[in-house]
Design a protein around this ligand. Structure first.
Ligand code: HEM
Length: 201
């Protein structure tokens, strides 16, 4: 009889990458941002939806507090201001009145928070590809509506390594790791649900 592989010795980053892959692939499909036929209206709508999810999530992460002692500067990783800047350039009126999502992943403590942050921070890696694509297809540059996907730009690798180091130092216990993976999966699912419900201004 074969037994399930024991995940205990695998790093938290390897576990997250493997165990959230189906969720990542599913959300990628729903977004359609790499389509050759992507239209500017769809692009803007996706930004509005990202905003509707990140705004309450970032607020809740901030409320949890204590990030500094875990090596995370939450303010420096905020995506909401980038999204708002893009939306203003692209002509969305009254950004502050855009609908926000309330079906969020549980964010009761920093353990949950790390799972959620993995999803938000990891997305900056794929964003580099999306940034190049929308520049080519739509002419969207960081100055003209593309700040969110440009993200940390050439500092992306460095920011990801810093986050990975903080997460690895934090997620030592098996139980902590399990909860982080669980929350990362929940974050992907909640975000996908929000995109699929398609709230728009
Ligand atoms: C069209 C949509 C998307 C595309 C094309 C895409 C593409 C990619 C690519 C190519 C990578 C690997 C980058 C690398 O290793 O350098 C990546 C990583 C990642 N993406 Fe996406 N992505 C998309 C949407 C998203 C969304 C919406 C999220 C979540 C908000 C997300 C979260 C992540 C995470 C967490 C990783 C890190 C995986 C790991 O190494 O642990 N992605 N993405």
């Amino acid at each position: 009889m074969t037994s399930e592989p024991v995940a205990t010795n695998r790093s938290i980053l390897a576990r997250l990458k493997d165990e959230t892959r189906p969720e990542h692939d599913a959300i990628e499909q729903v977004l359609g941002l790499m389509d050759e036929t992507l239209m500017l209206a769809t692009y803007r709508r996706r930004l509005e939806q990202f905003h509707g999810f990140y705004r309450p999530v970032e607020e809740r992460l901030q409320v949890l507090g204590g990030w500094g002692k875990h090596g995370i500067d939450l303010g420096a990783r905020s995506k909401v201001l980038l999204l708002e800047a893009d939306l203003r350039v692209l002509g969305t009126e009254a950004v502050e009145n855009l609908p926000v999502c309330w079906e969020l992943p549980d964010l009761t403590d920093v353990v949950d928070g790390f799972g959620c942050l993995y999803v938000l921070e990891g997305s900056t890696l794929g964003s580099q590809f999306i940034s190049r694509h929308v520049q080519k297809i739509l002419g969207v540059t960081p100055e003209i509506g593309g700040r969110y996907f440009h993200g940390y730009g050439e500092r992306t690798g460095e920011m990801w390594r810093e986050f990975g180091a903080a997460l690895t130092a934090f997620a030592v216990e098996r139980e902590t790791q399990d909860r982080i993976v669980e929350n990362a999966i929940a974050t992907f699912r909640r975000l996908r649900g929000w995109f699929q419900r398609g709230h728009v201004s």
